[in-house]
Each structure stands twice: as C-alpha cells, then as structure tokens.
Design a protein around this ligand. Structure first.
Ligand code: PLP
Ligand code: COI
Length: 337
C-alpha cells in the first residue's frame, strides 16, 4: 500500500486492493466474489451503457479512537438501492446481499480506513448495472452489483467552511414526477452541465428549485438542503429529490437537541428568512452555506462567513456518532471487528 497523506485527502477516486461483485443471471443473484481488478468486462449492448439502467449508493466507514471501524446506516442504503431497482426495473438486490458485500469490501480494505485523527473516512460506492444486452428500450436480464471503496476527505474542498450556492432557473436536474427520488446515474448526467458551470462561476453547487413551478426549493446537485430559523430545522418535502440518509439522521438529532423539525415545501422567498442554511449528504456531511445567488434576478441571500451555531452542533453530533465518540443510541452504526 502506498503512503497516503490522510489529512490531505480530497474527495476523489483512488485504487484500493479489493472490490466485491455479485452477478444476477437466470433469474437469481449469485454468490459474492472478491476481485482485485478495477475494471469490469461489459457487453457493448449492456443496458447500463445505452439506456442508463444503473443505480449507485454512497455510504461511509469511520475509524474510532478505539481503533474500531464503524459503518453508518448501511441498511438504509440497501433499502434505497432496492427502491432505485424498482424505479428503473432492475433485479432487486436482497438487503442481506448488499450489507454482506459492503461489510466484505470494508474488511478486505481495512488498511484504507483513514485514522481517527485525520477527519477522513472510507467512502463506499455500491453500483448496480444492467449488464445484459438489449437494443430495444427494455430492462436487461442480467445485472452486475459491485462494491468498491476509497479513503476520502471533504467533498467540497473547503471542508466545514461556508461556501456559495447558485440558482439557475433554466436547468432542471429531475422532472417533477421523474427519477429524482432514485439514485440513478441519469440524474447526475442531467446535472453535470450546470454543475460545471456553477464551479466555473465560483459556486460549490447548484441549488435547484422545483422543476414544475420554480417556486420551491428542491435540493443541491449532490446533497439535500436545510435551513434553520426560529429554533426550527426546515427541509424540503418534494417528490423529485433524493431521500437523504444524512438528512433523515439530522432530523432525528435536531429534534433530540431541542429544535422543531419541519419537512415541507419551502418557498423560494423563504431563503431570505433563514439564519443558517446548509447542504447535507454522505459526501457533503454538513456543508454550511454562506450565500445563495439567484443568477436570474441578480440577487443574493447571505448567511454569514462562519458556520452557524446549530450547524456546528449538528455536525459535531453526527460526527461523534459516526466515529464512536458518543453512544449510538439509535443503532445507526455497525462495528467491523
Ligand atoms: N441528494 C443527492 C442528489 C445526492 O446525490 C445525495 C448523495 O447521496 C444526497 C442528496 C444525500 O444523500 P445521503 O445523505 O443519503 O448521502
Ligand atoms: C454521496 O454523498 O454519496 C453522493 O452520492 C454525492 C455525490 C458524490 C454523487
């Protein structure tokens, strides 16, 4: 294993030693296989390549002060992948297959889990693709599930430092009743153009409004949105956003810490009322937002150069559970011995 400067890790691809694979053929999922190859052999007519029949997940493992490695809420990711499978007609992967593959991928690459004091973690990327050939637009009858991992640092290079988001009304990430609620590749292809544009213009991500009316806040390109005002944690309710496991966890923690929690439509105008806003997700953790720029109206909503008090408290609480500094009273982590 090469020497890794754990504290300097960004969020990027990196080879590790092993990945775990499972094939679906003749109507059933096979056994888990461990591979040392970073490439897959794929039929040129695989539905994943032509028709975007693919879904992925993202979760993390953390090394505690006690040296133990903890995986965060993988059952939730397993369920979400099943939803994605239903959404785009892929063979549904059993929950136990998913969790066994994740466990095995972490165990086999245990040396790549960053040390406690680095603040980094092991990102786990499960991927399920239609691998069987079709040329008509219909589901494959063969599928491949792969889990690979890599050590990562913060998604937004600044880490826990507030950054700016941008609203562009001329781009949509997902249709109102489309695939936004599934974690499928097509959503990310659809958001890449404006995502790059935002980066080039100095923003960390796009903040999408609802595609139907452009009246309500939806989510960011790679993360959910939340705002805090009047001792209330407020996050969008929408059919076209990904149900974030981080957000779900933060809602639980916010309530426990004495905030009210509201999951509801958030009118665009309400951006003016929040004391703190943030983006949340596995990769993003909590990324505080210092400003939202409405590019169509040349208007800024500003929240401050430093992370807000509640964002700090929520961030610390979540990380404490993930790294095992605080008891896991919700049963969110699984320890890999
Ligand atoms: N929204 C989108 C579009 C995402 O890609 C992600 C990342 O997975 C999230 C939200 C956050 O979800 P989670 O907290 O489950 O990682
Ligand atoms: C994640 O947070 O796991 C994501 O999937 C975000 C992005 C890397 C797509």
């Amino acid at each position: 294993m090469e020497n890794i400067d754990w504290k300097k890790l960004g969020f990027g691809y990196r080879d590790t030693d092993y990945n775990v694979r499972c094939y679906y053929k003749d109507g059933e999922w096979g056994e888990l296989e461990v591979s040392t190859s970073a490439t897959i052999n794929l039929h040129m007519a695989a539905t994943a390549l032509h028709y975007g029949q693919e879904a992925f997940e993202g979760l993390k493992a953390f090394k505690g002060k006690d040296g133990k490695v903890r995986i965060f809420r993988m059952d939730e990711n397993a369920k979400r992948m099943q939803n994605s499978c239903d959404g785009i007609l892929m063979a549904k992967l059993p929950i136990e297959k998913f969790t066994a593959a994740v466990r095995l991928a972490v165990e086999k690459n245990i040396d790549f889990v960053p040390p406690y004091d680095s603040g980094a973690s092991l990102y786990i990327r499960p991927l399920l693709i239609g691998s069987g050939p079709q040329i008509g637009v219909k589901p494959a009858n063969e599928f491949l599930f792969v889990v690979f991992v890599m050590p990562v640092g913060p998604y937004f290079p600044q880490g826990f430092v507030p950054t700016n988001l941008v609203i562009y009304r001329e781009y949509d990430r997902a249709a109102p009743q489309g695939t936004g609620k599934y974690k499928v590749g097509g959503n990310y292809a659809a958001s890449m153009y404006e995502g790059q544009l935002a980066k080039h213009e100095g923003f960390s991500a796009v903040l999408y409004l609802d595609s139907r009316e452009k009246k309500y806040i939806d989510e960011c390109g790679p993360a959910n949105f939340f705002g805090i005002k009047n001792n209330t944690y407020i996050t969008p309710k929408s059919e076209s956003i990904l149900p974030s496991i981080t957000n779900k966890s933060l809602m639980t923690l916010a309530e426990e810490m004495g905030l009210k929690v509201e999951q509801r439509k958030i009118p665009y105008e309400e951006l003016a009322d929040f004391n703190e806003v943030g983006a949340c997700g596995t990769a993003a953790v909590i990324s505080p937002i210092k400003g939202v720029y409405d590019s169509d109206n040349d208007k800024w909503f500003k929240y401050g150069e430093e992370p807000g008090d509640w964002s700090i408290k929520l961030y610390n609480k979540l990380r404490a559970i993930q790294y095992g500094d605080e008891p896991d009273k919700y049963g969110w982590v699984e320890i890999i011995e």
